[in-house]
Design a protein around this ligand. Sequence first.
Ligand SMILES: *[C@@H]1O[C@H](CO)[C@@H](O)[C@H](O)[C@H]1NC(C)=O
Ligand SMILES: *[C@@H]1O[C@H](CO)[C@@H](O)[C@H](O)[C@H]1NC(C)=O
Ligand SMILES: *[C@@H]1O[C@H](CO)[C@@H](O)[C@H](O)[C@H]1NC(C)=O
Ligand SMILES: *[C@@H]1O[C@H](CO)[C@@H](O)[C@H](O)[C@H]1NC(C)=O
Length: 298
Amino acid sequence: MEFAKLSVVLNLLCVVAGDSCSLELRPSRAVVRFGDPITVSCVASRPVRVLGWEAAVGAAHTQRDQTIQWGVDSLTDWIEEPICYGVFFTAPRQCEEKLHLILYKTPDSISISSLNQSGPMLEGRQYELQCEVQNIAPVQYLNLRWYRGQIEVYNHTFSELTPPSPVQVSSTLLITPSRADDGAQYRCMAELDLGPEGPQPPLNMTSQPLSVIVHYAPSFSGPSVEALEVKQGEEVRLNCTAEGNPPPVYSWSTPHSQEKLTAEPVLTSTTLPAGTYTCTASNKLGEQSKQFTIKLKP
Ligand SMILES: *[C@@H]1O[C@H](CO)[C@@H](O)[C@H](O)[C@H]1NC(C)=O
Ligand SMILES: *[C@@H]1O[C@H](CO)[C@@H](O)[C@H](O)[C@H]1NC(C)=O
Ligand SMILES: *[C@@H]1O[C@H](CO)[C@@H](O)[C@H](O)[C@H]1NC(C)=O
Ligand SMILES: *[C@@H]1O[C@H](CO)[C@@H](O)[C@H](O)[C@H]1NC(C)=O
């Protein structure tokens, strides 16, 4: 109850304070694209001696009129917010109202790159991706969103920056790719959210995707030792398929033969003698071996 009463009192105070200026801007908040036209009216609610606009472009004043417009056909200056002022016959004799003006410009470009190097990344190492946005204003309304595929992985706002004119900004994302990231596409999107008076949905611009290639040493999904028992003349299939990037190359060996068996990942035969067969899957990052033992069923 106490809180409810207090907020009523505060509301009344606010209304009184707002009215005491006797000036109203229509609209009070303007969102304009750089180069577009704009018109704002300033209306006095009591007789006024002088009513005027103080602005870097389109400044104007009248005597005794209770309305004055500020406007330009094409706003092409990064001006400060215009102020409407009134000089009155009665107290308070002077007051002013600042227009909340948001002049915006969509970025010229947005791009994504790897700061370390271009080319394949190594599994488990850390890399830094950078997103760069050129010539955007006002940057405090920018929300930079990072995507991996369709999933948003990070967002970055710049609300602490205040320049009204266009700037270049960047955001970095640290990634530690795993093999599951091989082929993943990263993008970043600049979203300019100018509030309810601004364009809906908020303006956005997306970078070209950056495709990540992840290199990793070969590994087997199953056990690295396999024992098989077959009848004479039955087909055996030794599967040495390993996962690796670049794709592994394979070599097979067996103690009782010097000749190269095959360079395929899968060895299929009906004539393999019993014994131990070793397969090695290798690429430039490493190698893994798998052992097969063939026994003949009596
Ligand atoms: C990439 O760059 C970041 C920051 O400069 C560094 O921490 C990281 O170790 C680098 N990664 C590789 C694989 O060189
Ligand atoms: C930014 O990301 C955080 C989580 O990292 C999330 O909670 C928040 O809603 C995101 N902000 C926007 C504007 O999407
Ligand atoms: C980006 O802008 C387009 C065009 O206005 C809109 O259709 C789309 O929904 C926006 N995308 C996002 C993620 O806001
Ligand atoms: C070999 O094993 C892999 C998985 O380790 C499997 O994807 C593949 O289909 C197998 N190949 C044959 C010919 O059995």
